[in-house]
Design a protein around this ligand. Structure first.
Ligand code: U87
Length: 265
């Protein structure tokens, strides 16, 4: 039986480079295969951001990890973007990429793909430079704390939240998952938007030496948690993980995308 504490201990051996190799290269990141996982995720985010309803001053990504793909459409709609993670190794991996340091993961193919989706035909390097300039800080987060971002950002201070594969990947059970969802929702302004991506029916994943337990979610459990947390679901999509995308790095059966809006009660 895992607890918030045992999960936190397991994350101490999380290896960002191994994690990126496990999830962000083919077959899961195959831009020539429209059925691949990453193009599906990027399409969901681009469609929500093309609605014209999302935008404003501040966007915060919860549990960024060592990845930026989840930001590529949404960041354009905000004056300021703040990234967060529980682990210093991930925050440092992201800072190195923001500084354009050699040896960091090449997100070029992702940025090029989103430029194609957006159809502006601009050179992808320009978008990469804009993103690097838009991120104001990379700060610690613990979703299990009543104030997940500490004193940095308090209740009702954020226009839009983004979070990909975080809440279920560090919660020991459904109760803790819902409590953590409540903690981050408090940070959002009434009427604010939440763009969430997560795993369906996953119980574990590997990141180098680290084996992390995951709370197994169904679509119904996810929708109920969002509604109970005070959201109106604007769009909900699910992706069934094809056999060709199932590897031994996790036992994920599918992925969900949710565009939710915090009620203005
Ligand atoms: C991503 N956002 O890859 N509070 O999208 C806050 C915490 C805490 C805590 C740990 C990995 C899981 C996804 C990034 C990173 C998401 N992280 C941080 C992985 C699992 C399914 C699957 C995956 C990836 C921790 C791609 C695909 C699939 C990590 C982040 C979880 N298996 N944040 N208390 N504890 N974290 O440091 O960076 O959560 Cl396609 Cl299918």
């Amino acid at each position: 039986m895992s607890t918030i504490q045992t999960i936190a201990e397991n994350y101490q051996s999380f290896n960002p480079r191994a994690y990126l190799q496990n999830n962000y290269i083919p077959p899961r990141a195959d831009f020539d295969n429209p059925g691949s996982v990453v193009p599906w995720k990027l399409r969901c985010l681009a469609d929500a951001c093309a609605s014209g309803e999302i935008g404003g001053q501040l966007m915060v990504d919860i549990g960024t990890g060592p990845t930026v793909y989840q930001l590529l459409s949404a960041f354009e709609l905000f004056k300021e973007v703040v990234l967060t993670d529980y682990l210093e190794v991930n925050r440092e991996e992201i800072r190195k990429w923001l500084r354009g340091e050699a040896g960091t993961f090449d997100w070029g193919p992702y940025i090029k793909h989103v430029c194609n989706i957006e159809g502006k035909g601009e050179p992808w390097e320009e978008k990469q430079n804009r993103l690097r300039a838009r991120v104001s800080k990379v700060i610690p987060v613990d979703i299990h704390q009543p104030c997940p971002l500490g004193k940095e950002l308090g209740p009702g201070s954020i226009d839009t939240l983004v979070s990909s594969f975080c809440l279920e990947a560090c919660s020991p059970d459904y109760g803790a998952f819902k409590k953590a969802l409540g903690n981050i929702t408090r940070l959002l302004k009434p009427g604010g938007h939440f763009l969430m991506i997560g795993a369906l029916e996953e119980s574990f994943y590997l990141a180098g030496e680290a084996k992390l337990s995951v709370v197994s979610l169904t679509e119904e459990m996810t929708k109920k948690a969002l509604c109970d947390a005070g959201y109106k679901i604007r769009d909900f999509r699910a992706y069934v993980m094809p056999q060709s995308m199932r590897t031994d790095v996790d036992d994920t059966k599918g992925i969900f995308f949710a565009w939710a809006q915090k009620e203005t009660k």
